[in-house]
Design a protein around this ligand. Sequence first.
Ligand code: AMP
Length: 382
Amino acid sequence: MLPPGKTLGVLGGGQLGRMFAHAAERLGYRVHIYEPATDSPAAEVSAHAVHAPYTDLAELEAFVRGCDVVTYEFENIPTDPLWRLENAAVFHPKWQILEVAQNRLREKTWLRKNGFPHVRFAECEVGGDLAAAIRGIGLPCVVKTADFGYDGKGQQKVTDEASLAKAVAAFKGQRAVVEQWVDFKCELSVIVARSTAGETRSFPVAENIHTKHILDFSILPARVAPEIQTQARALAEAMADRLGLTGLLAVELFLTDRGELLVNEMAPRPHNSGHWTMDGCVTSQFEQHVRAVAGLPLGDVGLTAPAVVMVNILGDAWRWTGNACTGQPNWDAVLQTPRAHLHLYGKKEPRSGRKMGHFTVTAETTEKALELARALKEQLQG
Ligand code: AMP
């Protein structure tokens, strides 16, 4: 167990690192951030920050040697430098898990090999026959880049011959994954923590609504049968165990019309769909992450209100005149609402689709929480 006062290193300096730093420093740890960009949400609130490329082995080695444990807030970190530094520091989770999660093809192959339910897929190597892979899966389907895709970036839905031809042209020279299109009833996610002692605990299941492929609302409790929630949590816990994970694992799931759960994605880090825990759960996902990697006992995961809804605040909520940003959102709408909490990430430049912050609301029922959340979202945008 790493007692308070020790140094936790984080690779990545985004909002997840910022909220991790808040939780860690509250528990008395020092947080060091390694982030290529000089202006980052996490560096701003941490004891120390190093700005250098992830591939700068010397800088990275000096950084990890100054930390008692190293974790991540971003999964697209090149793993080559990490395995070279394997003996220089303690990394939680291990780099092999990062390597699986940062590439869709490896991720899906891992799911298939380990018998976890997933969306039917086909792979297409660079220069391979994408049209044949698409026809093999059948229409409609979605083509995704194998590497470094997120929030719907590098994805294209294929519904007919015209969109098939477009996809073939767009993915030329890239490794791609073709997935069957799932007509899901809803999207769910589970965040599970596994500590250095092997203790495993999952948060309640979130129901997620995406707009333009980006998370818009997380709703707790999810509006699905308790058996589905139990199944989803058991599935995420089994995945964390199978990976031998230490830290957090977020598992995104589709619930199909037939009541089947299929894993869409996994991420070995805190997750946007877990932000509700900051105001609606006894222990936040960030505190749980600290506890897991520091070897502390895991915290309670009970809800602190009957219902919680989290809403993402994107750069689109700012006022725009053409391409020029001309004003901030109407923060008062959220600030003046007693059961709403505003979280901003300190990012200087709003952009369309960029995650700038989020807010949560609690209420007596999910319907009331969702109604209030939708109303505040609208008022925020003026
Ligand atoms: P991803 O980046 O793979 O998480 O995709 C972002 C969002 O696109 C998901 O949360 C879904 O809303 C949608 N999506 C992705 N893959 C599929 C699929 N195979 N079938 C239906 N919707 C999908």
